[in-house]
Each structure stands twice: as C-alpha cells, then as structure tokens.
Design a protein around this ligand. Structure first.
Ligand code: AMP
Length: 255
C-alpha cells in the first residue's frame, strides 16, 4: 500500500500533510536540552511550540454536502438536513454545497447560517440567473458548468457526505467515491442514512462487493451511519491510504 498525497489532497492542508522533518527538529532540540547542552530558553520554547503544532489534533475544516433539491415525502428529511447543518456549524465545519435555496439544500444552509456557521455555495451561472441560488451565503462561487462545480466543490472540501436526495445527489456522491477508489483524492466519503433512505444503496454496494466488482477494501472506505454526530466523528478522524484497484487481464475469474 502506498500513501499518495497528490491531486485534490494537496490543496487541503489539513489532510495528508507531513510535518516529520519539523517534529524531528523540535525533538532534537528538546533532546539537547535534556542532555544539559546550552540551548537558550527561547529556542526550547520554540521547540515545544513546534511539537504542539505537529502533534495537535487536526481538524477537518470544510465538508462538502450533497443533498436533494426537493424535500422528499416526509418533513423528517428537512429536519435531518437542518440538524446536520447545525451540527456542522457547532463543530466549526464550513459547509461547501451546491448553493441552492431549495429543498434539503436550502434547509441545510439556512440551519447552518442560523447557528453561526459558514456556508460556501458553488453554482453554475445559469442557475443563479434562474434565481435558484441561496441569497445569504457566506460566499457564492459562480462557475460555468456542472462539471466545473463538482470539481470545485471537491477541491474546496476535506470530506464529503450525502444526505438523502435524488439522482443529482446520487451521481455526486458516487463520483467522489469513485475518485477515492482511483486515489485521485484520499478524503473521507460518507452517507447519512437517515430514515434508512440509503438502505437499498448500501445493499447494492454489498452486492457489488460480493460479485467482485468492488473490492472489500474500497467498499469499507464508504462511511455509513444513521446518526449525524457519529458520521461526523468518523469523517473527521479518517485518513485514507490509496489502495490500487486490481486490474484483471483474465477473461473470466476461472481462467
Ligand atoms: P437532486 O438530488 O437530484 O435533487 O440534486 C441535488 C444535487 O444536484 C445537489 O447536491 C446539487 O449539487 C445539484 N442541484 C440540483 N438542483 C439544484 C438546484 N436547483 N440548485 C443548486 N444545485 C442543484
């Protein structure tokens, strides 16, 4: 297994950075101090500060949220989206999302902003013109195309989560999961399985794994939880390593 820190990850300093040379420098200074060598106190202080910087818990600063532009059949979905927005704000997690004011997307953004959180929307210009963009976001980034939007959202965020939604949400989360499988990024990806909404998808992904179209390792990289806090805990503490997708040259498994 090989750790890759290229692609999108290099643009997100909280994930995948290595400070090993710095910590060796700090540890070396402290050792000299312990060995009673003459190291000025200010240098020792700097060494402690550096060791703290290197070893402090890393926080995930931005989470990309995919969710429906509709409300779904039950008011529970909007409540789930709002609770997720509030939970992100309480954790100082900036939300990156599609920039819409409608459906669960709007409920998510409204709740996060009301709780004092930051929300960045990335939206194609054509959609702004149709007045579907949220008007009160921390930042609204206009882009030209849907593809550019997805790439921009991927660059801006350190983790990705899908709340319940339609085919737009499904397409976005499966694409970012595919990019993880390919090692194009190593950021955590998850599903908030509220009301068991993703049960059938979870079942289908297990079927894909059982039929050997998805490796167990890649399958297990997708975090799934019915609980927003538990999911955020998992996403904020996960750092993936690249697991290359096996390439089979045989025409069948039996060959
Ligand atoms: P869907 O799940 O089909 O409702 O599509 C929602 C996803 O597609 C969101 O994650 C957005 O990125 C994008 N999207 C669809 N409709 C809109 C809209 N009216 N405004 C902004 N983004 C949208």
């Amino acid at each position: 297994m090989k750790v890759r820190a290229g692609g999108f990850i290099s643009q997100c300093p909280q994930v995948g950075t290595s400070s090993a040379p710095l910590s060796l420098w700090g540890a070396g200074l402290l050792l000299q101090f312990a060995a009673n060598l003459r190291v000025p106190p200010c240098v020792t202080g700097l060494a402690w500060l550096e060791i703290w910087i290197v070893t402090r818990p890393r926080t995930m600063s931005r989470i990309c949220v995919y969710s429906g532009s509709s409300f779904g059949v039950s008011p529970e979905y909007a409540a789930v989206a709002a609770a997720f927005g509030t939970a992100c704000a309480r954790r100082d997690l900036t939300i990156v999302y599609g920039g819409g004011s409608v459906g669960l997307m709007g409920a998510l953004a409204d709740a996060a902003l009301a709780a004092g959180g930051e929300v960045i929307g990335v939206i194609p210009r054509a959609m702004i013109a149709e007045e579907r963009a949220h008007k009160s976001l921390t930042e609204l980034i206009p882009v030209e195309t849907m593809h550019e939007r997805k790439q921009r959202m991927a660059q801006l965020a350190n983790a990705f989560v899908a709340l319940p939604g339609g085919i737009g949400t499904l397409e976005e989360v499966i694409e970012i999961f595919t990019w993880l499988q390919l090692g194009l990024h190593l950021k955590p990806v998850g599903l908030l399985n509220a009301r068991g909404f993703y049960d059938l998808l979870v079942q289908f992904l297990a079927h894909m794994r059982d039929e050997q179209f998805l490796t167990s390792k890649h399958h297990s990289m997708l975090a799934v939880s019915t609980d927003a806090e538990a999911l955020l805990d998992r996403l904020t503490s996960t750092m993936h390593v690249h697991v290359p997708k096996p390439v089979s040259h045989a025409t069948t498994n039996a060959a």
